[in-house]
Design a protein around this ligand. Structure first.
Ligand code: NDP
Length: 323
């Protein structure tokens, strides 16, 4: 039984707590938060993050559930000095330098730090690698959605006159079907996805101006051919748009010989983005505990860990049931 701690109690932290309940080989020791632990809405043991050093001998692996923007870059290396860690760091451009920093700490302190698990980065990255290794001649495409983009929702909420908003990213199904049919496409940011906004207006706000501002927002909406903006009431937003669904597809279209076209497709449809990300984190926590026992210290990504390390089942059972 590996003992697990959760650091940070937001959407992802709550997801890990929920997923651990059905992991028979992993035990939750506690949740560690920068906020007053007594104020957290949980029945699990909760502690101040400042006291975490007292748990060094009681925890095999910490699952870091802080935000990628400002929490993980500091918390990751600091905690990897004392604990084995798993995180879902998703700032793609910064992953290589984050890896180098945490790798050094983990090797110096003989810990394992599994970084950037989840689905993108994470399972999508793994499938990009697998499909490219198997089909070196070809092209890989990633489509996201239908799902809520927190970044785009925040951007709409900052528009003057908007009280609340949710933004869905929607993949272009025609392009996906064209790829499935083995035909080539012209993949452009503005046509591969469309954007759907549900916004609640402040009283007296000019809907026409708000819509213009959203549709023409540089980087976020301006590059897209299709941006639909709907104004709804706060009650409708709370009732119909409070979930955090997401998902997407990685498609590689390749050839094994000039006549033989091959299509590799990996698709996720997620009711809850944080709960699925948490489920991936938990599987990699199992792997981190095993790697640490074997003395395989240092930073790892999903590329570096053999799949059997993720499973609660032993090798013999896996060979019988799944091979
Ligand atoms: P949240 O904003 O919900 O939580 C981030 C941190 O903020 C928490 O750990 C918590 O730390 C603090 N926090 C949460 N709620 C409150 C609150 N009410 N008041 C004050 N502080 C609060 O982020 P998510 O859990 O949704 O996501 C975490 C990260 O996961 C994201 O930044 C994203 O990068 C990553 N992610 C990665 C994915 C992947 O596929 N790789 C997919 C989805 C997400 P504390 O308890 O210490 O206060």
């Amino acid at each position: 039984m590996a003992k697990v701690g959760i650091v940070g109690y937001g959407n992802l932290g709550r997801g890990v707590e929920a997923v651990l309940k059905s992991a028979s080989d992993l035990e939750l020791v506690g949740i560690f938060s920068r906020r007053d632990p007594a104020q957290l809405d949980t029945e699990s043991p909760a502690y101040a993050l400042a006291d975490i050093d007292q748990f060094v001998d009681e925890i095999d692996v910490l699952i870091l559930c802080g935000g990628s923007r400002s929490d993980i870059p500091d918390q990751g290396p600091a905690l990897a000095a004392k604990f084995n860690t798993v995180d879902a760091y998703d700032n793609h451009a910064e992953i290589p330098s984050y890896f180098d920093r945490i790798d050094q700490v983990a090797k110096e302190n003989q810990t394992v730090a599994v970084i950037s698990t989840g689905w993108d980065p994470g399972l999508f990255s793994l499938n990009r690698l697998l499909s490219e290794a198997i089909l070196p001649e070809g092209n890989t495409y990633t489509f996201w959605g239908k799902g809520v983009s927190q970044g785009h929702s925040d951007a709409v909420r900052r528009v003057e006159g908007v009280k609340d908003a949710v933004q869905y990213t929607i993949p272009n199904q025609d392009l996906i079907e064209t790829l499935h049919a083995g035909k080539s496409i012209d993949y452009k940011q503005g046509t591969a996805h469309s954007r759907l906004v549900y916004a609640v207006l402040e009283e007296g706000a000019d809907g026409g101006r708000v819509k213009e501002e959203i549709v023409n927002m540089p980087d976020y909406f301006a590059p897209y051919d299709q941006v639909d903006v709907h104004f709804i009431s706060q009650e409708e937003l709370d009732r119909d748009h409070s979930g955090i669904p997401h998902g997407g597809t990685v498609i590689r279209q390749g050839q094994t010989s000039p006549e033989q076209k091959q299509v590799y497709d990996f698709t996720l449809k997620l009711d809850s983005n944080p709960e699925f990300t948490a489920a991936v984190n938990v599987a990699y926590a199992r792997a981190a505990a095993r790697l640490a026992k074997e003395g395989q210290y240092g930073a790892k990504t999903v590329f570096d860990i053999a799949p059997a390390y993720l499973s609660a089942k032993d090798g013999q059972t896996l060979r019988q049931e799944l091979l």
